[in-house]
Design a protein around this ligand. Structure first.
Ligand code: GDP
Length: 315
């Protein structure tokens, strides 16, 4: 088992204004390291020269790539260029600049949607590229697979400790609650909240309600990342999940309880279901001794409380 203590290190979190990046910053603030961040105005991650200059000036020891163009099932389908091109640029620029400026250790975050659509479940890390992708998020998936491969290539050719983690579906504070771009949890929290305020009798749930998803609170992901940064050094990606899934219908019922919406849930099969099931095999992560801490009901209640507090800010 390798060990890379964080004490005294300069850790750059790329993408610190997103849901994952903010959770990483909150978690890393508890470690004895120096955090480095740059806003979009300070550093455009799609510009190679700017990224390299910033890295040369700031000299991080470790880099975590949480910066990405992300979105739910409809956003992916409607903005394929953004999902493919921006993600490729961001990851190539960051990984290359890290290597050129002597960063020895890097954690690249992918997503469970990089795995083939019809994988045996739970999905093991070695299922990567064993079959066709889910078409609704292929743009994002291809970009993330390229990022993972680039990390593997730098390991092989330059001996750098660049590793990849594949989180399952995430939720939590600072998620995107915009109905056009959101994932299922923020999408449903907002719709049911608004339906409750209006006193609606029913709320629409996209798809058939039958797909299954595994959901992890973003604070649990951040905690797993801090462990991986210090202890993991292998070419295979590491899945990060809780190891349990549920149907969208079951999830919608939990969201209804968290929001306190009394109306009916009506399924809308004219909207896409996406991948039928996406449960990660998390035995590699468990073997490192890691366990998630936030139960789903509790996480949904906390995320709803956060949304109500920030809804006025236009989240
Ligand atoms: P995915 O895991 O990449 O498919 O991402 P999503 O979180 O966007 O969707 C997960 C599942 O939830 C899909 O089957 C959607 O059809 C379903 N779903 C139900 N209601 C909603 C909603 O309001 N927003 C989103 N994004 N998905 C929803």
């Amino acid at each position: 088992m390798s060990s890379f203590p964080l004490a005294g290190r300069r850790v750059y979190v790329a993408g610190h204004r997103g849901m994952v990046g903010r959770a990483l910053v909150r978690r890393l603030e508890r470690e004895p390291c120096t955090l480095l961040t740059a806003t979009r105005a300070e550093l455009d991650l799609t510009r190679q020269a700017a990224v390299e200059a910033w890295m040369r000036a700031e000299r991080p020891d470790l880099v975590v790539i949480a910066a990405a163009e992300v979105g739910g099932i409809l956003a992916n389908a409607s903005r394929p260029v953004d999902f493919l091109e921006r993600n490729l640029l961001i990851e190539i620029n960051l990984i290359r600049a890290a290597a050129e400026t002597g960063v020895r250790r890097l954690l690249f975050l992918g997503s469970s949607c990089i795995y083939p659509r019809d994988c045996p479940q739970p999905i093991r890390e070695d299922a990567l590229l064993s079959g066709p992708l889910e078409p609704t998020n292929q743009w994002y998936a291809i970009a993330k697979i390229a990022g993972l491969k680039l990390c593997q290539a730098y390991r092989r050719q330059h001996g750098l400790a660049y590793v990849t983690a594949m989180p399952t579906n995430l939720y939590g504070p600072f998620d995107n609650f915009d109905p056009a771009g959101s994932h299922v949890v923020p999408g449903l929290l907002r719709r049911m909240h608004e339906a409750k305020l209006r006193g609606d009798a029913a709320v629409a749930i996209w798809g058939t309600g039958r797909p299954r998803r595994e959901l992890l609170h973003v604070d649990d992901l951040a905690d797993a990342c801090v462990l991986l940064l210090q202890r993991y050094d292998d070419e295979l990606p590491v899945n990060v999940g809780c190891g349990e899934d549920l149907t969208i219908a079951e999830l919608a019922a939990l969201v209804r309880a968290a929001v306190g919406f009394a109306g009916e849930l009506v399924f809308d099969p004219s909207k896409p279901d996406g991948t039928p099931r996406k449960l990660l095999d998390v035995s590699r992560l468990r073997a490192l001794g890691w366990r998630p801490r936030v139960p789903l009901e509790e996480g949904l209640r906390a995320t709803y409380a956060w949304f109500r507090e920030h809804a006025a800010d236009g989240v």
